[in-house]
Design a protein around this ligand. Structure first.
Ligand SMILES: *Cc1c(COP(=O)(O)O)cnc(C)c1O
Length: 448
């Protein structure tokens, strides 16, 4: 703990939402709300999102990119966490959306999101999703492969329109991140590789297609990336390609997206770049690279997901059973786990938990493994956490839980998804209600 102006601030400032503090009772305070009060009102487990942290990240990306490239757009990768209240907040901040399914498109539409700022990604878009996207006025299709290009052309011709599209190219760049989070390498299910000549074929086909209006190129190299180098490399590779396509086929690169994927802190050891610098660096690199190749400045689109919502979210769990295996390990089981957060089980994600009801416990930390309550031995939220000695009823908070937690959640074991509240200036509003047994039974046709 450090003390500043009488307010105790936990040392985990890089992982907790902005402005988080600890009150006189030693409780974690997020968005001026005591998380113990939130739990008492909304039940446990609970996901809390701090509105100011999301807005701040949006503003940094928008201002940073806008300062070097006035004609630009920041789009939020909705797969990090799709939620109507968050979509509405992002619309207010001037962002667009990256969507990958009919569900996300429908949610954007119903949230009143400006659909021209919605970009439709995905490596196997279904026909009804493509129809829906056109019907609801989605701004761009990001074409992932030849199969889609042909179908998009047919759709456009059938409707007598040229559907605005970008082509996702594979730059053949390795991002240093987990295998499952890499998307830019040659051997990837995403995009059309440049190095094999296939991207060139796609550009030729797209410019000739009467149902498609090719506006630009897109690349995305991965997620939870901490370095700028792979982005700079990607920008140069794609703009080299664009320059060649311009020369040979007259391709007009009006828009270019080098993707998203910027990392956040899950523990104090992570050292992410700040959003403002990332956006500036990308903007400068794209325009510099374009100028060097004699290309006009393209409109720049960047696509952060995790770094918009990750730090804003905190997951709160209550400790139930505790199991000591002498000389081996102490397990503290909480009332959530892999059904609401599969990341540790899926790819070994590491979290730095805090004891939300005793933030200032002076006792020595001890090693404890925070286990989930679902029926898999791998359902462990945090292996070997360092926390004051836990008792049943304690509240463990996992910071940096805003992205890819609930987004990947399931009803495994017929678990109910927890409620989500958005906090701001001491007030909390429910932005997703807790699921009920009635919700689950609603899918059981035999019970209709
Ligand atoms: C997932 C994804 C992003 C965002 O990745 P983050 O790591 O959440 O920033 C951006 N663009 C595309 C195409 C994606 O698939």
């Amino acid at each position: 703990m450090t003390t500043s102006g009488g307010i105790k601030i936990p040392t985990h400032t890089s992982v907790l939402p902005l402005g988080s503090s600890v009150n006189d009772q030693g409780h974690l305070v997020v968005g001026q709300c005591d998380v113990m009060d939130l739990l008492a009102e909304h039940g446990s487990p609970l996901y809390v999102y701090d509105e100011q942290t999301i807005r701040e990240r949006c503003r940094q990306y928008v201002a940073g990119l806008g300062s070097v490239a006035p004609d630009s757009l920041v789009i939020y990768a909705s797969k990090a966490f799709a939620n109507a209240a968050i979509f509405q907040l992002l619309a207010e901040e001037g962002l667009g959306l990256d969507v990958v399914s009919g569900g996300e498109i429908t949610l954007a539409h119903r949230s009143g999101f400006p659909m021209e700022r919605v970009y439709f990604h995905g490596n196997n878009k279904l026909q009804d999703e493509m129809d829906l996207a056109v019907e609801l006025g989605v701004g761009r299709f990001v074409v992932d492969n030849f199969h889609e290009l042909g179908r998009l052309d047919s759709l456009g011709q059938r409707l007598g329109m040229r559907i605005p599209a970008m082509i996702r190219v594979g730059p053949g760049v390795e991002a240093h991140t987990h295998e499952y989070r890499k998307t830019g390498a040659l051997d990837s299910k995403f995009g059309i590789p440049i190095s094999t000549g296939q991207a060139e074929t796609a550009v030729v086909q797209a410019t000739r297609a009467r149902g498609v209006h090719l506006i630009g190129l897109h690349a995305h190299i991965g997620s939870q990336v901490f370095e700028m180098a792979p982005y700079l490399e990607t920008i140069d590779i794609v703009l080299d390609f664009a320059a060649r396509m311009h020369e040979v086929y007259g391709l007009d690169l009006r828009e270019f997206s080098p993707g998203g994927g910027w990392g956040i802190s899950y523990t104090d050891e992570d050292d992410p770049m700040d959003a403002d610098s990332v956006a500036r660096a990308v903007g400068q690199a794209v325009w510099k690279s374009a100028a060097e190749r004699g290309l006009a400045n393209p409109r720049i689109v960047i696509e952060p997901g995790r770094s918009i919502v990750g730090q804003s979210g905190v997951a709160l769990y209550t400790v139930g059973s505790i199991k000591d295996i002498p000389g081996v390990r102490r397990y503290a089981a909480v009332d959530g786990g892999m059904a609401d957060n599969i990341r540790p089980a899926l790819y070994g994600a590491v979290y730095q938990p805090v004891l939300a009801n005793r933030m200032e416990d002076g006792g020595t930390a001890e090693r404890v493994t925070i286990a989930g309550r679902y029926c898999e031995s791998g359902d462990i939220l945090v292996k070997d956490a360092q926390l004051p000695r836990l008792s049943s009823g304690d509240v463990v908070a996992l910071p940096a839980s805003g992205a890819y937690n609930l987004a990947m959640s399931s009803n495994y074991n017929m678990a109910l998804r927890p409620a989500v509240v958005m906090v701001k200036d001491g007030t909390a509003r429910v932005i997703r209600r807790r699921e009920t047994y009635a919700d689950l039974l609603g899918f059981e046709s035999a019970l209709d």
